[in-house]
Design a protein around this ligand. Structure first.
Ligand SMILES: C[S@@+](CC[C@H](N)C(=O)[O-])C[C@H]1O[C@@H](n2cnc3c(N)ncnc32)[C@H](O)[C@@H]1O
Length: 310
């Protein structure tokens, strides 16, 4: 009898969550929908409590290596700094963090590498929170700004950094143009992005199109570019001063998807203390996280990194 009740309750929960997941998608409509999604993800503190101050994947140098998820995120920042050559810039260099979240990367770039960092995000609440979390505001500050309309002069930064903001941006060419415009000649560009397989070479089948549709509508993504496509956006920019190098870091980052779910079980209090609503919200993300994991493991999605000199 008890088992029947548990079964009915589980079916009810599954039905409610699936229903919520399918009906209440967070589809991209404009930059405003991205801003309001991040405003709400910031204000409810769910992401921050669960995954810390970095809203990006972690770096795992070997498959199935044991590493704290938050440490893997910090490692990711240092790996991208090294790979892109940002660490060759002298202390005091001006660096722009495009799509800065609540400032996790910006603070490392400022505190550890000694750069003078400005982070920009479309979300007002993220900028507010980033400023609250930053002790050294003279060398690390944040502003609300659209990545597609940067309010800075041409060539005003020694380095431009952007991690996982690209999937939220519809006009990838203007995104590339704006980052390269504000970079000084010889400066360093470092970008990490979630990319789709190049569908001009390998079109998506029916099932892959269904999955891709969910990946887009669940987390306010208008479109993913391919690694080749965004490389061309950078190369085609009138502000591009040199060659562009790319690499596929899927194998170093894919473990993050499982870890992001395990974190909820490792730190249950981080969700439970926020209440039942947050618990349901966290559960609602699990199908999308699993689909992301599947897509990256099958090559439908790729984790692209890009570097160039201005
Ligand atoms: C996945 S989060 C990554 C945050 C941060 N880079 C990190 O690694 O922790 C994506 C970020 O891109 C920002 N973003 C998305 N579209 C943007 C736009 N058009 N202009 C400025 N920021 C944008 C979001 O507000 C958010 O901060």
């Amino acid at each position: 009898m008890q088992w029947i009740l548990i079964l009915i309750f589980s079916i009810f929960c599954l039905f409610t969550l699936t229903n919520q997941w399918v009906r209440k998608s967070r589809k991209y409509e404009s930059v405003n929908s991205v801003a309001s999604s991040y405003d709400s993800w910031t204000n409810d503190r769910l992401l921050e409590n669960l995954w810390g101050e970095h809203i990006h994947l972690g770096f795992y140098e070997k498959p199935r290596i044991k590493k704290d998820f938050r440490k893997a995120k910090v490692d990711f920042v240092h790996e991208l700094v090294r790979w892109s050559g940002l660490n060759q810039l002298p202390k005091g260099s001006r660096v722009l963090d495009v799509g800065c979240g609540i400032g996790g990367s910006s603070r490392i770039l400022s505190d550890y590498y000694g750069f003078d960092v400005i982070g920009i995000s479309i979300s007002q609440e993220q900028v507010k929170r980033a400023n609250e979390l930053t002790a050294n505001r003279d060398f690390c500050s944040f502003e609300v700004m659209n990545a597609l309309d940067l309010k800075f002069e041409k060539g005003s930064f020694d380095g431009v950094w952007s991690v996982e903001a690209g999937p939220h941006i519809l006009d990838k060419q203007t995104f590339a143009d704006e980052m390269l415009r504000v970079l000084r000649p010889g400066g360093v560009l470092a970008v990490a992005d979630w990319n789709q397989r190049d569908s001009t070479k390998h079109p998506l089948n029916f099932f892959e199109k269904l999955i891709m549709n969910q990946l887009l509508i669940q987390w306010t993504h208008p479109e993913f570019s391919s690694i080749e496509g965004f490389k061309n956006n950078l190369l085609n920019s009138p502000y591009c001063g040199s060659s562009v190098e790319t690499s596929n870091w899927t194998k170093y980052t894919i473990q993050s998807w499982n870890e992001s779910i395990y974190e909820g079980f490792r730190r249950p209090s981080s969700i439970l203390k926020l209440g039942l609503r947050s618990l349901l919200k966290a559960f609602k993300e699990i199908p999308t996280i699993l689909m992301m994991r599947w897509s990256f493991s099958r090559g439908l999605m790729k984790f692209g990194v890009f570097k160039s000199r201005g």
